[in-house]
Design a protein around this ligand. Structure first.
Ligand code: FRU
Length: 494
């Protein structure tokens, strides 16, 4: 079959993608070749490379007509653009090829399962699961699509909210997939489907139902085992804030528990936010050939998309750095993939710097950086009240991170970054009480900052759209702190 919409998108990409100068993009964060992106899709290792697809509207920097864009990488840091992989083409996905996942089939083919959306004349959007098979560049939609429709939903679940399949090969050899659904009360349920070949699917069970504690619909499930523990990531809509643990709106949720393969259920033992920053949503994971579990997410959030007053961007939406996941004491930890360290250059370090009032350090500046900071109180009996790092700073702009040891609170704040919008510009999370000590890894690119706190126990990710020429950094303390700092420039900073 001839894919006309895909062809048109590829031609458009060819003509327009190259027009965006590299200096207008982040150095090491993936942005759409042209136009808009939201969720990462089909994050998988295939044919010796990491493949990342993305929700994609090539034609404009706003959400519409979802295609799947496609990039590949040898190291999950440097991404190479491939032609768009999927386009809304057939009746069943004419309104969009929504999110989904990918894996390698036993016969060596690359398998994609995604949500095809079909809009009827009365304006209703039916969501159904579809398959495409490919070789790493060209993907062909399965002739029997859609493979899961409203007929495969348990009674009472909405045919308009049935999306984002996460496929995996299970211990018993079966293909299984977890798909988001919505019940009559508007709450999310994750549904478990099984197949012996990956093509012919049947409903097995409700994997887990949302009792309303964590938002409503659970978008973009991702499920995997880490040792004996089962980990379930989702992106809940309509969350209600709970202290500093969860924030309102579109959030992220990591549930850790066990997988009852006989009972075909997920049993939750604990729950946490995945990333406490302002811009993080819809993470997906893969298992790298060396066994590491790697996560990547949309470095944006539906509640914070309205930032265009900042700066006319030739693209919209970026992905986070890829992150290595681990479990410690029943909690999810994350740190940037170790491959990022290969891009470090121009090391500058200072030890035992006394920070009281404002301090700048020679050579500590820039916008594409990997910075490691260890802070401790100068006087353990009289711990400082606040430690601040300002960055993306010039005479009239700055963003900052704050640590308040008295409350064990960490905060990211971009109120002075130049935004012309009144959406959320500040967010806080609780951190471990270490008597005024804190360890930070701060990853900055031209349009973002990702902070990993105390070895990755918390992460805070925020898009910073201040012009990249704002590159001063300084530190400030209310009280006295002692700081060790190591800074590397990352990649090619023009
Ligand atoms: C999450 C989401 C998914 C959907 C996609 C559509 O950000 O709403 O649930 O598949 O975006 O672009």
């Amino acid at each position: 079959m001839e894919y006309k919409t895909l062809q048109r998108a590829r031609e458009y990409e060819k003509e327009n993608g190259g027009k965006i100068p590299a200096s207008d993009r982040p150095v090491f964060h993936m942005t759409p070749y042209v136009g808009w992106t939201n969720d990462p899709n089909g994050f998988s290792y295939y044919g010796g490379k990491y493949h990342l697809f993305y929700q994609y509207n090539p034609y404009d920097t706003r959400w519409d007509s979802m295609h799947w864009g496609h990039v590949v990488s040898e190291d999950m840091v440097k991404w190479e653009y491939l032609p768009a992989a999927l386009a809304p083409e057939d009746e069943y996905d004419s309104f969009g090829c929504f999110s989904g996942t990918a894996m390698e089939l036993p016969d060596g083919k690359h398998y994609i399962i995604y949500t095809g959306v079909h809009k009827t004349e009365d304006g209703k959007e039916y969501q159904q699961q579809c398959i495409a098979i490919g070789d790493g560049t060209e993907y062909h939609k399965y002739e029997k699509n859609p493979v899961l429709t409203s007929k495969d939903l348990p009674k009472g679940l909405s045919p308009y909210d049935f999306r984002d399949p996460k496929v995996f090969r299970d211990e018993d050899g079966m293909f299984r997939c977890v798909v988001g659904g919505k019940d009559e009360k508007g709450l999310g349920e994750l549904l478990l489907y099984a197949s012996s070949d990956g093509f012919d699917w049947h409903f097995e069970n409700i994997f887990i139902a949302n009792d309303g504690e964590y938002g409503c619909m659970w978008e973009c499930p991702d499920f995997f085992m880490m040792g004996e523990s089962a980990v379930l990531l989702t992106s809940p809509q309509d969350m209600v804030a709970k202290g500093l643990d969860f924030h309102s709106g579109n959030g992220t949720l990591c549930q850790i528990g066990s997988y009852d393969i006989e009972g075909k259920q997920f049993l939750r033992h604990s729950a946490q936010t995945i990333d406490h920053g302002i811009d993080f949503y819809a993470p997906q994971t893969l298992k790298a050939p060396d066994g590491r579990r790697i996560m990547i997410a949309w470095m944006q959030n539906w509640d914070t998309c309205n930032t265009s007053g900042f700066r006319a961007m030739p693209w919209f939406g970026q992905m986070t750095v890829a992150r290595e996941l681990s479990l410690k004491d029943g909690k999810l930890y994350q740190m940037p993939v170790r491959e990022l360290e290969n891009y470090r250059k121009d090391k500058i370090g200072y030890k035992d710097v006394e920070v009281g009032g404002k301090v700048t350090l020679h050579g500590i500046e820039g916008r594409c950086l990997d910075v490691i900071i260890k802070v401790r109180p100068a006087d353990r009996e009289n711990v400082f009240k606040r430690f601040t790092m300002y960055f993306a700073k010039d005479a009239s702009h700055s963003s900052r991170i704050n640590f308040f040891p008295g409350d064990n609170v960490f905060e990211t704040d971009r109120r002075l970054s130049g935004s012309r919008r009144a959406n959320i510009q500040q967010r806080s999370c609780s951190v471990r009480d270490l008597g005024g000590e804190i360890e930070l890894r701060v990853i900055m690119d031209r349009f973002s900052v990702e902070v990993f706190i105390n070895g990755g126990e918390q992460a805070m990710t925020t898009a910073i759209l201040t012009d990249p020429s704002a590159c001063e950094i300084c530190f400030e303390c209310d009280g006295k702190a002692i700081m060790d700092i190591t800074k590397y420039t990352l990649g090619a900073e023009e």
